[in-house]
Design a binder for this molecule. Structure first.
Ligand SMILES: *[C@@H]1O[C@H](CO)[C@@H](O)[C@H](O)[C@H]1NC(C)=O
Ligand SMILES: *[C@@H]1O[C@H](CO)[C@@H](O)[C@H](O)[C@H]1NC(C)=O
Length: 548
Protein backbone atom coordinates (compact mmCIF):
# COMPACT_ATOMS: atom_id res chain seq x y z
CA UNK A 1 0.00 0.00 0.00
CA UNK A 2 1.45 3.35 -1.05
CA UNK A 3 0.69 6.14 1.42
CA UNK A 4 0.01 9.62 0.18
CA UNK A 5 1.94 12.56 1.53
CA UNK A 6 -1.18 13.74 3.32
CA UNK A 7 -1.64 10.44 5.12
CA UNK A 8 2.04 10.30 6.09
CA UNK A 9 1.81 13.80 7.57
CA UNK A 10 -1.50 12.99 9.23
CA UNK A 11 0.14 10.03 10.92
CA UNK A 12 2.87 12.27 12.34
CA UNK A 13 0.37 14.86 13.49
CA UNK A 14 -1.96 12.52 15.37
CA UNK A 15 1.05 10.72 16.86
CA UNK A 16 1.74 13.55 19.28
CA UNK A 17 -1.38 13.97 21.29
CA UNK A 18 0.03 16.51 23.72
CA UNK A 19 0.25 19.10 20.97
CA UNK A 20 -3.29 18.68 19.63
CA UNK A 21 -4.86 21.57 21.60
CA UNK A 22 -2.53 23.94 19.79
CA UNK A 23 -3.08 22.73 16.24
CA UNK A 24 -6.59 21.36 16.16
CA UNK A 25 -8.33 24.66 15.81
CA UNK A 26 -6.19 25.67 12.82
CA UNK A 27 -6.76 22.51 10.84
CA UNK A 28 -8.93 23.09 7.76
CA UNK A 29 -11.93 20.80 7.52
CA UNK A 30 -10.57 19.15 4.37
CA UNK A 31 -7.91 17.47 6.49
CA UNK A 32 -10.16 16.00 9.17
CA UNK A 33 -10.83 12.83 7.23
CA UNK A 34 -7.15 12.06 6.68
CA UNK A 35 -6.40 12.84 10.30
CA UNK A 36 -9.19 10.58 11.50
CA UNK A 37 -8.03 7.74 9.26
CA UNK A 38 -4.53 8.17 10.62
CA UNK A 39 -5.83 8.23 14.19
CA UNK A 40 -7.72 4.98 13.63
CA UNK A 41 -4.82 3.35 11.81
CA UNK A 42 -2.29 4.17 14.50
CA UNK A 43 -4.76 3.56 17.33
CA UNK A 44 -4.95 7.04 18.86
CA UNK A 45 -8.26 7.12 20.75
CA UNK A 46 -7.70 10.62 22.16
CA UNK A 47 -7.13 12.06 18.70
CA UNK A 48 -10.18 10.16 17.40
CA UNK A 49 -12.27 11.73 20.15
CA UNK A 50 -11.09 15.26 19.53
CA UNK A 51 -11.60 15.07 15.78
CA UNK A 52 -15.04 13.51 15.99
CA UNK A 53 -16.28 15.94 18.61
CA UNK A 54 -15.56 18.79 16.15
CA UNK A 55 -16.49 16.85 13.02
CA UNK A 56 -16.82 19.52 10.33
CA UNK A 57 -18.95 17.59 7.83
CA UNK A 58 -22.47 16.28 7.80
CA UNK A 59 -21.50 12.68 7.28
CA UNK A 60 -19.02 10.45 9.01
CA UNK A 61 -18.51 6.92 7.68
CA UNK A 62 -16.40 4.44 9.56
CA UNK A 63 -16.24 0.86 8.45
CA UNK A 64 -17.40 -0.65 5.21
CA UNK A 65 -15.01 -2.50 2.97
CA UNK A 66 -11.43 -2.09 4.02
CA UNK A 67 -8.56 -1.83 1.60
CA UNK A 68 -6.18 -4.73 1.66
CA UNK A 69 -3.74 -4.46 4.54
CA UNK A 70 -6.01 -2.26 6.64
CA UNK A 71 -7.07 -3.67 9.97
CA UNK A 72 -10.45 -3.05 11.56
CA UNK A 73 -10.56 -0.03 13.86
CA UNK A 74 -9.51 -0.82 17.38
CA UNK A 75 -12.07 -1.09 20.18
CA UNK A 76 -10.69 1.85 22.17
CA UNK A 77 -10.88 4.09 19.12
CA UNK A 78 -14.49 3.09 18.48
CA UNK A 79 -15.41 3.77 22.08
CA UNK A 80 -13.67 7.14 21.93
CA UNK A 81 -15.57 7.94 18.73
CA UNK A 82 -18.95 7.11 20.28
CA UNK A 83 -18.27 9.20 23.36
CA UNK A 84 -17.20 12.08 21.14
CA UNK A 85 -20.42 11.82 19.12
CA UNK A 86 -22.38 12.48 22.30
CA UNK A 87 -20.08 15.37 23.29
CA UNK A 88 -20.36 16.74 19.78
CA UNK A 89 -24.13 17.10 20.19
CA UNK A 90 -23.49 20.13 22.36
CA UNK A 91 -20.44 21.33 20.48
CA UNK A 92 -21.04 24.28 18.24
CA UNK A 93 -18.29 23.20 15.85
CA UNK A 94 -19.73 19.77 15.17
CA UNK A 95 -21.83 19.61 12.00
CA UNK A 96 -22.48 15.90 12.00
CA UNK A 97 -25.90 14.66 10.87
CA UNK A 98 -25.20 11.10 9.84
CA UNK A 99 -22.86 8.61 11.47
CA UNK A 100 -22.63 5.50 9.31
CA UNK A 101 -20.91 2.57 10.98
CA UNK A 102 -22.59 -0.15 8.96
CA UNK A 103 -20.11 -2.79 7.96
CA UNK A 104 -17.92 -2.07 10.95
CA UNK A 105 -18.39 -5.30 12.87
CA UNK A 106 -15.08 -7.10 12.62
CA UNK A 107 -14.81 -10.48 14.24
CA UNK A 108 -14.15 -10.12 17.89
CA UNK A 109 -10.67 -11.17 18.89
CA UNK A 110 -9.22 -10.51 15.43
CA UNK A 111 -6.02 -8.64 14.70
CA UNK A 112 -5.73 -5.35 16.60
CA UNK A 113 -8.65 -5.93 19.00
CA UNK A 114 -11.52 -4.79 16.75
CA UNK A 115 -15.01 -4.38 18.13
CA UNK A 116 -17.37 -7.20 17.20
CA UNK A 117 -20.93 -6.74 16.05
CA UNK A 118 -22.42 -7.79 19.36
CA UNK A 119 -20.50 -5.40 21.57
CA UNK A 120 -20.68 -2.62 18.99
CA UNK A 121 -24.47 -2.91 18.99
CA UNK A 122 -24.57 -2.68 22.77
CA UNK A 123 -22.21 0.32 22.72
CA UNK A 124 -24.34 2.10 20.11
CA UNK A 125 -27.50 1.49 22.11
CA UNK A 126 -25.87 2.80 25.27
CA UNK A 127 -24.78 5.90 23.36
CA UNK A 128 -28.30 6.54 22.10
CA UNK A 129 -29.77 6.27 25.59
CA UNK A 130 -27.03 8.42 27.13
CA UNK A 131 -27.51 11.10 24.51
CA UNK A 132 -31.20 11.20 25.33
CA UNK A 133 -30.48 11.52 29.05
CA UNK A 134 -27.90 14.23 28.33
CA UNK A 135 -30.37 16.15 26.20
CA UNK A 136 -32.94 15.98 28.98
CA UNK A 137 -30.42 17.24 31.53
CA UNK A 138 -29.35 20.03 29.22
CA UNK A 139 -32.95 20.94 28.63
CA UNK A 140 -33.71 21.15 32.35
CA UNK A 141 -30.58 23.17 32.89
CA UNK A 142 -31.53 25.30 29.92
CA UNK A 143 -34.92 25.99 31.46
CA UNK A 144 -33.36 27.11 34.72
CA UNK A 145 -30.94 29.30 32.86
CA UNK A 146 -33.69 30.65 30.73
CA UNK A 147 -35.44 31.95 33.78
CA UNK A 148 -32.28 33.43 35.20
CA UNK A 149 -31.25 35.07 31.99
CA UNK A 150 -34.59 35.96 30.54
CA UNK A 151 -33.43 39.53 30.43
CA UNK A 152 -30.44 38.56 28.34
CA UNK A 153 -32.70 36.56 26.08
CA UNK A 154 -35.00 39.45 25.50
CA UNK A 155 -32.06 41.58 24.53
CA UNK A 156 -30.99 38.93 22.09
CA UNK A 157 -34.46 38.78 20.57
CA UNK A 158 -34.36 42.49 20.03
CA UNK A 159 -30.99 42.20 18.34
CA UNK A 160 -32.30 39.44 16.16
CA UNK A 161 -35.20 41.53 15.05
CA UNK A 162 -32.75 44.14 13.98
CA UNK A 163 -31.28 41.52 11.69
CA UNK A 164 -27.92 41.42 13.33
CA UNK A 165 -27.50 37.69 13.11
CA UNK A 166 -27.29 37.46 9.39
CA UNK A 167 -24.06 35.65 8.72
CA UNK A 168 -25.98 32.61 7.50
CA UNK A 169 -27.65 33.95 4.39
CA UNK A 170 -31.21 33.15 3.45
CA UNK A 171 -34.43 34.54 4.76
CA UNK A 172 -34.84 31.80 7.32
CA UNK A 173 -32.06 33.31 9.43
CA UNK A 174 -34.46 35.82 10.80
CA UNK A 175 -36.17 33.02 12.69
CA UNK A 176 -33.11 31.04 13.60
CA UNK A 177 -32.35 30.61 17.24
CA UNK A 178 -28.74 30.88 17.99
CA UNK A 179 -28.43 30.29 21.67
CA UNK A 180 -25.96 32.61 23.28
CA UNK A 181 -23.48 30.93 25.55
CA UNK A 182 -24.17 31.29 29.24
CA UNK A 183 -22.14 33.74 31.26
CA UNK A 184 -18.50 33.06 31.98
CA UNK A 185 -17.95 29.73 33.70
CA UNK A 186 -21.18 28.18 32.45
CA UNK A 187 -20.79 25.22 30.18
CA UNK A 188 -21.73 25.90 26.60
CA UNK A 189 -24.95 24.26 25.68
CA UNK A 190 -25.14 25.40 22.12
CA UNK A 191 -25.37 22.98 19.28
CA UNK A 192 -23.70 23.19 15.91
CA UNK A 193 -25.25 26.32 14.46
CA UNK A 194 -25.45 25.22 10.88
CA UNK A 195 -26.81 21.85 11.82
CA UNK A 196 -29.51 23.39 13.95
CA UNK A 197 -30.41 25.79 11.22
CA UNK A 198 -30.72 23.06 8.63
CA UNK A 199 -32.88 20.98 10.87
CA UNK A 200 -34.87 24.03 11.77
CA UNK A 201 -35.48 24.83 8.13
CA UNK A 202 -36.74 21.33 7.53
CA UNK A 203 -39.09 21.29 10.47
CA UNK A 204 -40.15 24.88 10.25
CA UNK A 205 -43.87 25.34 10.20
CA UNK A 206 -45.59 28.49 9.06
CA UNK A 207 -46.99 30.45 11.96
CA UNK A 208 -44.43 29.21 14.44
CA UNK A 209 -41.66 31.69 14.57
CA UNK A 210 -39.35 33.26 17.03
CA UNK A 211 -37.44 31.93 19.99
CA UNK A 212 -40.43 30.53 21.81
CA UNK A 213 -40.68 27.48 19.58
CA UNK A 214 -37.17 26.47 20.40
CA UNK A 215 -38.03 24.13 23.25
CA UNK A 216 -40.70 22.42 21.23
CA UNK A 217 -38.24 21.58 18.48
CA UNK A 218 -35.66 20.49 20.93
CA UNK A 219 -37.82 17.96 22.66
CA UNK A 220 -37.67 15.15 20.13
CA UNK A 221 -35.28 16.65 17.69
CA UNK A 222 -32.96 14.19 16.00
CA UNK A 223 -29.56 15.77 15.48
CA UNK A 224 -27.62 12.74 14.29
CA UNK A 225 -28.87 9.64 12.54
CA UNK A 226 -26.78 6.60 13.33
CA UNK A 227 -26.78 3.90 10.68
CA UNK A 228 -25.46 0.50 11.70
CA UNK A 229 -25.72 -3.24 11.36
CA UNK A 230 -27.32 -4.52 14.53
CA UNK A 231 -26.46 -7.85 16.13
CA UNK A 232 -28.96 -8.84 18.80
CA UNK A 233 -29.08 -11.87 21.06
CA UNK A 234 -31.09 -12.76 24.13
CA UNK A 235 -28.74 -10.84 26.40
CA UNK A 236 -28.74 -7.59 24.45
CA UNK A 237 -32.35 -7.67 23.25
CA UNK A 238 -33.72 -5.49 26.05
CA UNK A 239 -31.08 -2.85 25.59
CA UNK A 240 -31.62 -2.71 21.85
CA UNK A 241 -35.37 -2.49 22.34
CA UNK A 242 -34.99 0.49 24.67
CA UNK A 243 -32.54 2.25 22.34
CA UNK A 244 -34.71 1.77 19.28
CA UNK A 245 -37.68 3.09 21.19
CA UNK A 246 -35.82 6.17 22.46
CA UNK A 247 -36.58 9.49 20.87
CA UNK A 248 -33.65 11.73 21.52
CA UNK A 249 -30.92 13.57 19.65
CA UNK A 250 -29.52 10.30 18.27
CA UNK A 251 -31.67 8.10 16.09
CA UNK A 252 -30.58 4.53 15.50
CA UNK A 253 -31.22 3.08 12.04
CA UNK A 254 -30.55 -0.47 11.07
CA UNK A 255 -29.06 -1.66 7.77
CA UNK A 256 -28.61 -5.38 8.45
CA UNK A 257 -30.28 -7.01 11.43
CA UNK A 258 -28.86 -10.22 12.79
CA UNK A 259 -30.65 -11.93 15.65
CA UNK A 260 -29.65 -15.08 17.49
CA UNK A 261 -31.50 -17.24 19.95
CA UNK A 262 -34.48 -15.00 20.45
CA UNK A 263 -38.14 -15.85 20.20
CA UNK A 264 -40.60 -15.02 17.44
CA UNK A 265 -42.36 -12.44 19.61
CA UNK A 266 -39.09 -10.71 20.52
CA UNK A 267 -38.10 -10.62 16.85
CA UNK A 268 -41.50 -9.10 16.08
CA UNK A 269 -40.97 -6.39 18.69
CA UNK A 270 -37.61 -5.46 17.20
CA UNK A 271 -38.91 -5.42 13.64
CA UNK A 272 -41.81 -3.20 14.70
CA UNK A 273 -39.37 -0.67 16.13
CA UNK A 274 -37.10 -0.45 13.08
CA UNK A 275 -37.60 2.33 10.61
CA UNK A 276 -38.84 0.73 7.44
CA UNK A 277 -36.77 2.23 4.64
CA UNK A 278 -33.19 1.45 5.51
CA UNK A 279 -33.27 -2.26 6.31
CA UNK A 280 -31.51 -4.27 3.60
CA UNK A 281 -31.09 -7.63 5.23
CA UNK A 282 -32.37 -9.82 8.04
CA UNK A 283 -30.45 -12.76 9.39
CA UNK A 284 -32.09 -15.07 11.94
CA UNK A 285 -29.98 -17.74 13.61
CA UNK A 286 -30.47 -20.46 16.19
CA UNK A 287 -33.99 -19.28 16.94
CA UNK A 288 -36.76 -21.76 17.40
CA UNK A 289 -39.06 -20.31 14.74
CA UNK A 290 -40.71 -23.38 13.37
CA UNK A 291 -42.50 -23.16 10.05
CA UNK A 292 -45.47 -21.43 11.72
CA UNK A 293 -43.19 -18.81 13.31
CA UNK A 294 -41.63 -18.05 9.96
CA UNK A 295 -45.05 -17.79 8.34
CA UNK A 296 -45.98 -15.34 11.10
CA UNK A 297 -42.90 -13.17 10.54
CA UNK A 298 -43.08 -12.99 6.75
CA UNK A 299 -45.91 -10.43 6.50
CA UNK A 300 -43.86 -8.17 8.78
CA UNK A 301 -40.75 -8.68 6.65
CA UNK A 302 -42.66 -7.57 3.59
CA UNK A 303 -43.15 -4.13 5.17
CA UNK A 304 -39.44 -3.41 4.61
CA UNK A 305 -39.42 -2.17 1.04
CA UNK A 306 -35.66 -2.47 0.49
CA UNK A 307 -35.19 -5.89 2.07
CA UNK A 308 -32.99 -7.82 -0.35
CA UNK A 309 -31.46 -10.48 1.84
CA UNK A 310 -33.00 -13.08 4.13
CA UNK A 311 -30.95 -15.66 5.97
CA UNK A 312 -32.33 -18.38 8.18
CA UNK A 313 -29.69 -20.39 9.92
CA UNK A 314 -30.67 -23.32 12.14
CA UNK A 315 -34.18 -22.05 12.87
CA UNK A 316 -35.74 -25.43 13.55
CA UNK A 317 -37.78 -25.37 10.36
CA UNK A 318 -38.97 -28.91 9.94
CA UNK A 319 -41.23 -29.29 6.94
CA UNK A 320 -41.71 -32.98 7.55
CA UNK A 321 -43.19 -32.28 10.96
CA UNK A 322 -45.22 -29.08 10.49
CA UNK A 323 -46.14 -29.10 6.85
CA UNK A 324 -49.85 -28.49 7.18
CA UNK A 325 -51.31 -27.23 3.93
CA UNK A 326 -52.49 -24.02 5.55
CA UNK A 327 -49.06 -23.08 6.97
CA UNK A 328 -47.30 -23.84 3.71
CA UNK A 329 -49.76 -21.64 1.84
CA UNK A 330 -49.16 -18.79 4.29
CA UNK A 331 -45.45 -19.23 3.88
CA UNK A 332 -45.68 -19.14 0.14
CA UNK A 333 -47.88 -16.02 0.21
CA UNK A 334 -45.52 -14.33 2.65
CA UNK A 335 -42.53 -14.97 0.40
CA UNK A 336 -44.46 -13.70 -2.61
CA UNK A 337 -44.54 -10.26 -0.98
CA UNK A 338 -40.78 -9.90 -0.58
CA UNK A 339 -40.48 -7.70 -3.64
CA UNK A 340 -36.79 -6.93 -3.55
CA UNK A 341 -35.39 -10.22 -2.26
CA UNK A 342 -32.22 -11.20 -4.13
CA UNK A 343 -30.43 -13.29 -1.54
CA UNK A 344 -31.84 -16.27 0.28
CA UNK A 345 -29.78 -18.41 2.63
CA UNK A 346 -31.30 -21.38 4.33
CA UNK A 347 -29.18 -23.63 6.48
CA UNK A 348 -30.19 -26.91 7.99
CA UNK A 349 -33.86 -26.84 7.19
CA UNK A 350 -35.50 -30.19 6.96
CA UNK A 351 -37.52 -29.74 3.85
CA UNK A 352 -37.00 -32.66 1.51
CA UNK A 353 -39.19 -32.20 -1.54
CA UNK A 354 -40.45 -28.74 -0.50
CA UNK A 355 -37.96 -26.39 -2.12
CA UNK A 356 -40.59 -25.42 -4.65
CA UNK A 357 -42.84 -24.11 -1.86
CA UNK A 358 -40.10 -21.74 -0.74
CA UNK A 359 -38.68 -20.56 -4.03
CA UNK A 360 -41.44 -20.60 -6.59
CA UNK A 361 -43.46 -17.72 -5.15
CA UNK A 362 -40.56 -15.28 -4.85
CA UNK A 363 -41.40 -12.42 -7.20
CA UNK A 364 -37.83 -11.68 -8.31
CA UNK A 365 -35.20 -14.14 -9.46
CA UNK A 366 -32.50 -14.63 -6.83
CA UNK A 367 -28.85 -13.72 -7.28
CA UNK A 368 -27.53 -15.48 -4.21
CA UNK A 369 -28.88 -18.81 -3.10
CA UNK A 370 -27.33 -20.74 -0.25
CA UNK A 371 -28.82 -24.09 0.64
CA UNK A 372 -26.22 -26.02 2.63
CA UNK A 373 -27.16 -29.00 4.84
CA UNK A 374 -30.67 -29.21 3.45
CA UNK A 375 -30.87 -32.86 2.45
CA UNK A 376 -32.20 -31.73 -0.91
CA UNK A 377 -34.03 -34.48 -2.70
CA UNK A 378 -33.78 -35.28 -6.42
CA UNK A 379 -37.16 -33.55 -6.80
CA UNK A 380 -35.79 -30.38 -5.15
CA UNK A 381 -32.77 -30.26 -7.43
CA UNK A 382 -34.92 -30.99 -10.48
CA UNK A 383 -37.19 -28.09 -9.52
CA UNK A 384 -34.22 -25.80 -8.89
CA UNK A 385 -32.63 -26.53 -12.25
CA UNK A 386 -35.81 -25.39 -14.04
CA UNK A 387 -36.78 -22.55 -11.70
CA UNK A 388 -36.85 -18.87 -12.61
CA UNK A 389 -33.80 -18.28 -10.44
CA UNK A 390 -31.18 -20.20 -12.39
CA UNK A 391 -30.38 -17.68 -15.12
CA UNK A 392 -29.52 -14.92 -12.63
CA UNK A 393 -27.61 -16.84 -9.98
CA UNK A 394 -24.27 -15.32 -9.04
CA UNK A 395 -23.62 -17.40 -5.95
CA UNK A 396 -24.77 -20.90 -5.27
CA UNK A 397 -23.97 -22.97 -2.23
CA UNK A 398 -25.17 -26.57 -2.28
CA UNK A 399 -22.56 -27.89 0.10
CA UNK A 400 -23.36 -30.88 2.28
CA UNK A 401 -26.20 -32.06 0.08
CA UNK A 402 -25.40 -35.51 -1.18
CA UNK A 403 -25.30 -35.75 -4.96
CA UNK A 404 -25.45 -38.97 -6.95
CA UNK A 405 -26.11 -40.23 -10.47
CA UNK A 406 -29.82 -39.45 -10.09
CA UNK A 407 -29.31 -35.80 -9.25
CA UNK A 408 -26.37 -35.12 -11.51
CA UNK A 409 -28.54 -34.40 -14.56
CA UNK A 410 -30.28 -31.65 -12.61
CA UNK A 411 -26.99 -30.15 -11.44
CA UNK A 412 -25.67 -30.14 -14.99
CA UNK A 413 -28.80 -28.42 -16.25
CA UNK A 414 -28.56 -25.92 -13.40
CA UNK A 415 -24.93 -25.13 -14.20
CA UNK A 416 -25.60 -24.69 -17.89
CA UNK A 417 -28.50 -22.31 -17.13
CA UNK A 418 -26.34 -20.30 -14.73
CA UNK A 419 -23.14 -20.58 -16.77
CA UNK A 420 -22.87 -16.93 -17.73
CA UNK A 421 -23.73 -15.41 -14.35
CA UNK A 422 -22.39 -17.80 -11.72
CA UNK A 423 -19.36 -16.42 -9.89
CA UNK A 424 -19.14 -18.48 -6.72
CA UNK A 425 -20.03 -22.14 -6.40
CA UNK A 426 -19.68 -24.46 -3.45
CA UNK A 427 -20.13 -28.20 -3.78
CA UNK A 428 -18.15 -29.10 -0.67
CA UNK A 429 -19.14 -32.27 1.10
CA UNK A 430 -21.46 -33.42 -1.71
CA UNK A 431 -20.07 -36.95 -1.98
CA UNK A 432 -18.47 -36.30 -5.38
CA UNK A 433 -16.31 -39.22 -6.42
CA UNK A 434 -13.85 -39.20 -9.34
CA UNK A 435 -16.60 -40.64 -11.54
CA UNK A 436 -19.29 -38.14 -10.54
CA UNK A 437 -16.96 -35.16 -10.77
CA UNK A 438 -15.80 -36.37 -14.17
CA UNK A 439 -19.41 -36.19 -15.39
CA UNK A 440 -19.74 -32.69 -13.95
CA UNK A 441 -16.48 -31.21 -15.24
CA UNK A 442 -17.71 -30.29 -18.73
CA UNK A 443 -20.61 -28.30 -17.20
CA UNK A 444 -18.30 -26.66 -14.65
CA UNK A 445 -15.86 -25.74 -17.39
CA UNK A 446 -18.61 -23.80 -19.18
CA UNK A 447 -19.17 -21.46 -16.22
CA UNK A 448 -17.24 -18.64 -17.80
CA UNK A 449 -17.72 -16.14 -14.94
CA UNK A 450 -16.79 -18.49 -12.13
CA UNK A 451 -14.32 -16.87 -9.73
CA UNK A 452 -14.34 -19.34 -6.87
CA UNK A 453 -15.05 -23.03 -6.65
CA UNK A 454 -15.17 -24.98 -3.39
CA UNK A 455 -14.96 -28.76 -3.50
CA UNK A 456 -13.62 -29.62 -0.05
CA UNK A 457 -14.54 -32.88 1.70
CA UNK A 458 -15.35 -34.85 -1.44
CA UNK A 459 -13.89 -38.34 -1.85
CA UNK A 460 -11.54 -37.68 -4.79
CA UNK A 461 -8.37 -39.56 -5.57
CA UNK A 462 -5.19 -37.90 -6.77
CA UNK A 463 -6.18 -38.79 -10.34
CA UNK A 464 -9.57 -37.11 -9.89
CA UNK A 465 -7.84 -34.03 -8.50
CA UNK A 466 -5.53 -33.84 -11.49
CA UNK A 467 -8.53 -33.94 -13.84
CA UNK A 468 -10.07 -31.13 -11.83
CA UNK A 469 -6.86 -29.11 -12.09
CA UNK A 470 -6.65 -29.53 -15.85
CA UNK A 471 -10.16 -28.13 -16.15
CA UNK A 472 -9.55 -25.34 -13.62
CA UNK A 473 -6.55 -23.89 -15.43
CA UNK A 474 -8.69 -23.50 -18.55
CA UNK A 475 -11.24 -21.32 -16.73
CA UNK A 476 -9.95 -17.79 -17.26
CA UNK A 477 -12.01 -16.07 -14.56
CA UNK A 478 -11.29 -18.61 -11.82
CA UNK A 479 -9.23 -17.10 -9.00
CA UNK A 480 -9.70 -19.51 -6.14
CA UNK A 481 -10.05 -23.26 -5.89
CA UNK A 482 -10.67 -25.09 -2.61
CA UNK A 483 -9.74 -28.69 -3.26
CA UNK A 484 -10.22 -31.74 -1.03
CA UNK A 485 -7.35 -33.72 0.40
CA UNK A 486 -7.05 -36.70 -1.94
CA UNK A 487 -7.98 -40.09 -0.51
CA UNK A 488 -4.33 -41.18 -0.82
CA UNK A 489 -3.37 -38.63 1.85
CA UNK A 490 -5.54 -40.22 4.56
CA UNK A 491 -4.47 -42.94 6.97
CA UNK A 492 -5.64 -46.41 5.93
CA UNK A 493 -9.04 -47.64 7.04
CA UNK A 494 -11.26 -44.97 5.51
CA UNK A 495 -14.54 -46.53 4.27
CA UNK A 496 -15.06 -46.93 0.53
CA UNK A 497 -17.48 -44.03 0.17
CA UNK A 498 -16.61 -41.84 3.12
CA UNK A 499 -19.06 -39.17 4.26
CA UNK A 500 -17.91 -35.57 4.53
CA UNK A 501 -17.86 -35.91 8.32
CA UNK A 502 -15.50 -38.88 8.01
CA UNK A 503 -13.31 -36.95 5.60
CA UNK A 504 -13.20 -34.09 8.06
CA UNK A 505 -12.36 -36.23 11.10
CA UNK A 506 -10.19 -38.99 9.68
CA UNK A 507 -6.51 -38.33 10.35
CA UNK A 508 -4.26 -37.55 7.44
CA UNK A 509 -1.34 -39.90 6.95
CA UNK A 510 1.74 -38.37 8.58
CA UNK A 511 4.09 -40.52 6.54
CA UNK A 512 2.93 -39.28 3.15
CA UNK A 513 4.17 -35.85 2.31
CA UNK A 514 1.06 -33.65 2.22
CA UNK A 515 2.96 -30.86 0.54
CA UNK A 516 3.72 -33.27 -2.32
CA UNK A 517 0.05 -33.05 -3.31
CA UNK A 518 0.06 -29.31 -3.25
CA UNK A 519 3.31 -29.03 -5.20
CA UNK A 520 2.03 -31.50 -7.79
CA UNK A 521 -1.13 -29.41 -8.24
CA UNK A 522 0.82 -26.18 -8.28
CA UNK A 523 3.05 -27.55 -11.01
CA UNK A 524 -0.03 -27.78 -13.23
CA UNK A 525 -0.65 -24.11 -12.50
CA UNK A 526 2.91 -23.09 -13.31
CA UNK A 527 2.98 -25.14 -16.50
CA UNK A 528 -0.15 -23.39 -17.70
CA UNK A 529 0.97 -19.93 -16.60
CA UNK A 530 -1.90 -19.43 -14.15
CA UNK A 531 -0.24 -17.48 -11.37
CA UNK A 532 -3.58 -15.70 -10.81
CA UNK A 533 -5.31 -18.84 -9.53
CA UNK A 534 -5.02 -19.56 -5.81
CA UNK A 535 -5.13 -23.22 -4.73
CA UNK A 536 -5.93 -24.16 -1.16
CA UNK A 537 -7.09 -27.14 0.84
CA UNK A 538 -7.44 -25.03 3.98
CA UNK A 539 -11.16 -25.29 4.63
CA UNK A 540 -11.12 -23.10 7.73
CA UNK A 541 -9.38 -20.14 6.17
CA UNK A 542 -11.11 -20.30 2.83
CA UNK A 543 -12.99 -17.11 2.04
CA UNK A 544 -14.62 -16.78 -1.35
CA UNK A 545 -15.05 -13.03 -0.79
CA UNK A 546 -11.29 -12.56 -1.02
CA UNK A 547 -11.50 -12.70 -4.79
CA UNK A 548 -14.11 -9.96 -5.15
C1 LIG B 1 -35.14 39.64 7.95
O1 LIG B 1 -36.44 40.10 7.92
C2 LIG B 1 -36.54 41.47 7.53
C3 LIG B 1 -38.03 41.82 7.64
O2 LIG B 1 -38.59 41.24 8.75
C4 LIG B 1 -36.01 41.65 6.16
O3 LIG B 1 -36.07 43.03 5.79
C5 LIG B 1 -34.59 41.18 6.10
O4 LIG B 1 -34.11 41.25 4.78
C6 LIG B 1 -34.49 39.75 6.60
N1 LIG B 1 -33.13 39.34 6.66
C7 LIG B 1 -32.62 38.34 5.95
C8 LIG B 1 -31.20 38.01 6.17
O5 LIG B 1 -33.32 37.69 5.18
C1 LIG C 1 -41.94 2.46 23.44
O1 LIG C 1 -42.09 3.51 24.35
C2 LIG C 1 -43.42 3.85 24.65
C3 LIG C 1 -43.40 5.00 25.62
O2 LIG C 1 -42.49 5.96 25.25
C4 LIG C 1 -44.16 2.68 25.25
O3 LIG C 1 -45.49 3.00 25.48
C5 LIG C 1 -44.07 1.49 24.31
O4 LIG C 1 -44.62 0.37 24.93
C6 LIG C 1 -42.62 1.20 23.96
N1 LIG C 1 -42.59 0.15 22.95
C7 LIG C 1 -41.77 -0.88 23.01
C8 LIG C 1 -41.92 -1.90 21.96
O5 LIG C 1 -40.93 -0.98 23.85
Amino acid sequence: MVLSLVSLCAKEVVGDHSSSPSWLRWVPRELYRSLLEAAFASCRPLAVGELVQRWPERTLRVGGRRKQGQTAPNRLCIQAMLLAIVRGLSDQRCLLQLLDVSGLQGDEGGIGDPMGGWSLTVALCTMVVQARAGAQRAQRKGERERKRFSVLERERDVKRERGQIDQFNGDKTNNSERTVPGPAGEEELVKGVRRRMEIHKKSEQPGLGGGKTEEKHEDNEVLVHVRADLFVNARSWERVRVALNTSGPLNLQCRYLRVEEISVSSIRTLLDLLSRRGVLGIDIRYSNLGVAGLAELLPLLSTFPALNSLRLHYCNLDFRRDSQEETLRELSQGLANLQELRRLSLTALRLPGQLRVLLSSLPQPLEILELPYLSLSPADLAYLSCSHHTATLQQLDLSENRLDENTLTSIRRLLSQASSTLQHLSLSGCGLTDGLLGLLLPSLGCCCSLKSLALALNPLSMAGLMDLMKMAVRMPSLRQLLYPNPLEDYQPGLPDLPSSAQLLDWPLDETTDISATSSQLNRVLIDSGRSDLLLTCDLLNYDKDLVD
